[in-house]
Each structure stands twice: as C-alpha cells, then as structure tokens.
Design a protein around this ligand. Sequence first.
Ligand code: SF4
Length: 372
Amino acid sequence: MKILQEFINAAQDPVIYARENNMEKKKKLIGYCCTYTPEEIIYAAGAIPVRLFGIKSGIEKADAHLQAYSCSLVRGIMEDALLGNLDFLDGMVFPHTCDTIQRLSDIWRLNIKTTWHNDIMLPVKLDTQSAREYMEDAHAKFRRELGAWMGTEITDDALKQAIALYNRLRSLMKRLYEIRSANPEALSGRDMYAVVKGTMVMDRKDAADLIEKLVAELEQKTPPVQGNARRLVISGGICDHPEIYDLIEKTGARVVWDDLCTGSRFFEGLISEEGDPIKALAARYSNRTICPAKHASLTLRGDNLVGIAKEHKANGVIFILLKFCDPHAFDYPFMKKMLDDAGIPSMLLEVEQELPSAGQLATRFDAFIEML
Ligand code: SF4
C-alpha cells in the first residue's frame, strides 16, 4: 500500500530518516528514548521529537561506559551516539524513568556533545495530589528551559495547537488498532509496527495526515470479519522486531493489540483541550497507561493487561521483555498471576535488541499457540 511506504522508510532506518527528511524542514531535532517525554512541548516549540531505538548488534564502544547487564536498548542508543550517528540531533531529553535511562543521561552528558541536554525530573508515584503538582512543575520547567534555549516563547496557543495535533494523531492510531482488532487481516503486524515506529521519528503532522488516509482506505476496504485465527496481545517495553510479527503470523495467529511503549502506551490517553495546557498535559502524563518505571497501584498494570486481553478477545498474551530490564522483570510475575487467575494463557520471551535465530523463536511461538 503506497501510504505505508513513508512509515516503512522511517522505521527501517530511523536515524537516516530523521537526519535527512526532517532536516529538510529546517526544524530542530530533539532526541528522546521514553514515552514519558512530553513531546507536545517540543512540538509546540517548533522542533521535532525523534525517538531513538539504538543499533541492534556490534555494540562495543558503549561497553566501556555501561555495564553489560544494562538493557540492550540503552546500550544500542549509547553505541549510536558514540559512533557519531546521532551528531545531527540538536538536543537530547531524558525524562526521569528507569534507573538505566537516568544513568544514560549522566553518561551522555560527559561523553556526547549534544548542543542541548535536559533532564525532566518526573515523579515516580503518580496517584497523589502532590505528585500531580510536581508533574505540572516539571512540565512548566521543561517548557521554560526549552523555550529559553530555542530563543522562543512557547505560548499557551502553541501548546494548545500541539495538544490538538497529538490528540488527532493518537485517536487515529487507536482507530487503526481497532480496525485491526476487528479484522486482523486488514494490516500485517509488520506494517502496523512500521506505522507506530515511523510516526515516532516523522514530523507528527505528516504522520497524522498519512494515518488519516490509511484509516479511510482501510475503513472502506475491510469490514469486520469473524476469522478463526488465534488472537494474541503482546506486552512489554518496546518491540522493535518486525520479524516477531512475521513469525507469529506464520503460525496462523494474529497480534490484535498490545501493551507496549511502541504501541498502545504511546497513543492511549487524550489530553483536555480546555483550560491551562500545562495542567492538561500533566493530567495526561499522570493518568496515561502506566509503565513499570512508575507507580500508582499494585494491580494497575495487571488490570490493564487483563482488560485489554478481554476487550480484544485474546486467546493468549506474549510477554516480550528486554533482558536486564528490571522494571518489566519485577512486574512480570504479578501480571502473569493476574492473567492466570483470569484464565488467560501467557508465555514469556526474553530478548535483546539482537534476536535469537528465527528457527528457535518459531518453535517457541508454535508450541505456545498450538496449546491455545
Ligand atoms: S527496556 Fe527497561 S531498562 Fe531499558 S530503558 Fe526501557 S524500562 Fe529502562
């Protein structure tokens, strides 16, 4: 499908895409590596947020700075930076999330010469009034500091426009997921992955315009169907592996939804377009689908996953966790138990950014999907 090609290009090599395509626009490019980055403020300042995914193999230079037991995502991003591949970035933002990303910020500051470096100190516990106020202050501070560095005032109007754009983008992405849930044949997992990943490095307005066209085309072509494919939900941090979707689809099963940073955790949670935009942003980032580096209740993540699986009539859940990712590893037993209690089978796949052999993965998927 022609509309998909732009996303595929961006997802295939996000660094080259961000450097070449976005630079043509003469906008500043701000790198980030976590969905708790308030992208809306960056966009309102006239810059483009660029999510980093890191190189997947041949990590050598980063090993001099990060322990081998850091997750391969962070090691891959550091390797990219040390190789000079990210020199085109004008700035880099590190929201206060997992320990590894916080340490990456310190190591980056000492070793990489990005023009602008910013840490956003977010609360960890999100369910109190004081945490909400802290979140508002953190966003207001980021707005001030980014505006000062860019030599521009990030006005309420600019923020409201950016919020409206992100609401449009997130609603469209969710609509695309809903189309696939109703008819998993509408779009392959690989293509859906390209749309989400590509969006994260494209100018968000271009991405929203293209997704709108894609949704319109799919809505015309693909009425909901009652297929008999096994329906799966993927849960984890990021899934930067289109091969995983291919292998699952080869078994005849389909991924119908996910609980991923590179998926529903990016698009769930719209922002109020009324009132103070900073308060509205802080409300969204406090209430959005939570990630394991944050806390609001002991059962919130498990309840969310069980809810997704039930809503989308999933036969099973595949946890795809990055090795050495402590936040996700700590949550896993509790989430698995909640799925077990709800009668939803699950399997755990621990991977690094470099995947094991396709044969090995296919055997594991086959064995799990056969028993569903
Ligand atoms: S995968 Fe885990 S450890 Fe790595 S950056 Fe994400 S939350 Fe942090």
